[in-house]
Design a protein around this ligand. Structure first.
Ligand code: 5GP
Length: 191
């Protein structure tokens, strides 16, 4: 069986990666599987352990780093986030195209290890709109909102390292564009 693609999706916090994903994730023709990350961040109100993230302690996370169990990892606004390697490999070996929704430092690590990974960066229509979206989430204190906004400005500079850039003005349209990109790459892998 042909190994599945590795697809990196990045974009500043609040840009709507999760919302866009909901539009295309269930399209069976894309053969997608979502890579569930480990994080030391506390769950948000609607988040489920083992579905949105594997929520872990700092000690467990540091142990995973030591044992080389992560494909990549990064610290983001005071918490660790990382991709469990064995899970990704298992899914790819089953022929699934694995989607990593990760920030820019992690994406750089993945590109170094897997140069043929497909990378897509999602940008907001404007930085003002991004701020509205982060604030609209109402899940974090002002200090963290400020840190996420500062981080977003830095992340936007990394857009040049990605193969594709998609603007999330309209989530359905952004999802359609990402589906097209994935289908195009599935085809070229076959030929
Ligand atoms: P949030 O706290 O908003 O869920 O995530 C913060 C940032 O961490 C987002 O940009 C998200 O895409 C990124 N992220 C989530 N999981 C991972 C991961 O496994 N590795 C890395 N490097 N970033 C991640």
């Amino acid at each position: 069986m042909k190994k599945g693609l590795l697809i990196i999706i990045s974009g500043p916090s609040g840009v709507g990666k999760g919302t866009i994903r909901n539009y295309f994730m269930d399209d069976a023709s894309l053969k997608l599987a979502y890579s569930i990350s480990m994080t030391t961040r506390a769950p948000r109100e609607n988040e489920v352990d083992g579905k949105d993230y594997f929520f872990t302690t700092k000690e467990q996370f540091e142990q995973a780093i030591k044992q080389d169990k992560l494909l990549e990892w990064a610290e983001f606004v005071g918490n660790y986030y990382g991709t469990p390697l064995s899970y990704v490999e298992k899914l790819r070996n089953e022929g699934k195209n694995v989607l990593l929704e990760i920030e820019v430092q992690g994406a750089t690590q993945v590109r170094t290890k897997c140069p043929d990974a497909l990378s897509i960066f999602i940008i907001p229509p404007s930085m003002e709109e991004l701020e509205n979206r982060i604030r609209g989430r109402r899940s974090e204190p002002e200090e963290i909102v400020q840190q996420r906004l500062a981080k977003a400005a830095g992340e936007m500079k990394m857009v040049k390292d990605y193969k594709y850039v998609v603007c999330n003005d309209d989530p359905q349209l952004a999802a359609d564009m990402i589906s097209l990109i994935i289908k195009r790459h599935m085809k070229s892998e076959l030929s």
